[in-house]
Design a protein around this ligand. Structure first.
Ligand SMILES: NC(=O)c1ccc[n+]([C@@H]2O[C@H](COP(=O)([O-])OP(=O)(O)OC[C@H]3O[C@@H](n4cnc5c(N)ncnc54)[C@H](OP(=O)(O)O)[C@@H]3O)[C@@H](O)[C@H]2O)c1
Length: 337
């Protein structure tokens, strides 16, 4: 990489959590989509940190935390730990109080950290799939969402906050109704909700709910995840970076469609976590959140891209024969049993 391209991390805008802590307004995703291995991603983490990234989105199930941790350790030789914002996630096979305590410890060890800035429950279901599984994989032990069980896991996260191992805790892949129940029953509030967000999938109701409740929306698949695994592809999926409104705005501004997608989130108030192992791409992605916001007129045009284009449907987590992936998302406001 040409390091003259480096940006000053202090110039990267931040978002505030309800605790007053600041999160850099863009993070580097670290899920290799079954396409990029741990060493390639670790190299990208180090390169991105050297280029000015301070926010990294990790997870136990990405299978690369040890390698990512080694890169973070190198980066932290020059930059104090407090300047980074590191997220990780509890995988579905480790729900439950004791499992969550153990899994968090293991993640801290793998990443070589004393604490995490944010720890998320990756999915509200305890149903897991093995890495790299095919799209029709079915886990025979899969179960529906059971609120009491979810809260048992949440209690472990709350305890880890009290122990100083986690600065913030949060959720991912939640529905509005599940979040309402969590807000009702939690002692430590969720600080963030990681959710799929891109111009063709805007999740307006859930997004507004999170913002009103001071839960920061963190947007995954911000570019429409062009390299996602085969199990997350269906013929009807739309491509954000090829959407005519996105490409028109890109043309008018003389920028790449990826930048339009990232600036759409930055203008809207969520934190995108684009993945890339390519220096030119991740540099462009961090520079995109430093640019001026899109105009109201552009944001209105981008609103029209919404077409319910959920890419990460989660069908591998279904628990009953004959179910549809829509059952995972409580679209009618009811939790499927
Ligand atoms: N919480 C969850 O359940 C969940 C689910 C999914 C993802 N995530 C997180 O979100 C992160 C991002 O999601 P994602 O990787 O699925 O999707 P994404 O960020 O929308 O797409 C990443 C892909 O876009 C391409 N790209 C990146 N920057 C670009 C640029 N500037 N110009 C053109 N193309 C560019 C790259 O493709 P090429 O590599 O082919 O160049 C890259 O692999 C993940 O890494 C993970 O950390 C979380």
């Amino acid at each position: 990489m040409d390091y003259t391209d480096k940006i000053n991390p202090y110039n990267v805008p931040t978002r505030k959590l309800y605790t007053g802590a600041h999160v850099p307004a863009v993070g580097l995703g670290t899920f290799g989509s079954d396409k990029y291995g741990p060493d390639v991603i670790a190299e990208a983490v180090l390169g991105a940190a050297e280029a000015g990234f301070r926010h990294f989105d990790c997870a136990a199930c990405y299978g690369n935390q040890k390698e990512v941790g080694a890169s973070l350790a190198k980066a932290m030789r020059d930059v104090p730990r407090e300047e980074f914002f590191i997220t990780s996630k509890l995988w579905n096979d480790m729900h439950g109080y004791m499992n969550a305590m153990r899994s968090c410890e293991q993640t801290l060890e793998e990443l070589g950290l004393e604490y995490l800035d944010l720890y998320l429950i990756h999915w509200p279901f305890p149903n897991f799939h093995p890495p790299g599984c095919p799209e029709d994989y079915h886990n025979p032990d899969a179960r529906p969402y059971i609120h009491e069980e979810f809260m048992d896991t949440w209690r472990a996260l709350e305890e880890l906050v009290h122990m100083g191992k986690l600065k913030h805790i949060g959720t991912s892949n939640m529905s509005l109704v599940k979040l309402e129940m969590l807000l009702r029953d939690s002692d430590v509030r969720p600080a963030a909700n990681e959710m799929e967000l891109h111009p063709t999938f805007q999740q307006k109701m859930l997004f507004d709910f999170c913002q009103n409740e001071e839960i920061l929306p963190i947007g995954y698949c911000p570019l429409g995840s062009p390299s996602r695994p085969a199990r997350d592809r269906t013929p009807e999926d739309a491509s954000d970076m090829e959407h005519p409104v996105v490409t028109a705005i890109a043309r008018e501004r003389g920028i790449h469609p990826a930048e339009v997608c990232i600036r759409w989130q930055a203008t809207r108030g969520s934190v995108p976590i684009p993945f890339s192992v390519k220096p030119t791409q991740y540099l462009a992605n961090i520079k995109a959140v430093m640019a001026d916001p899109l105009t109201d007129e552009e944001m209105k045009r981008l609103e029209t891209c919404e077409c319910g284009n959920r890419l990460i449907k989660g069908q591998v987590f279904l628990w009953r024969e004959g179910q549809n992936w829509r059952d995972l998302w409580d679209e009618n406001g009811m939790i499927a049993t």
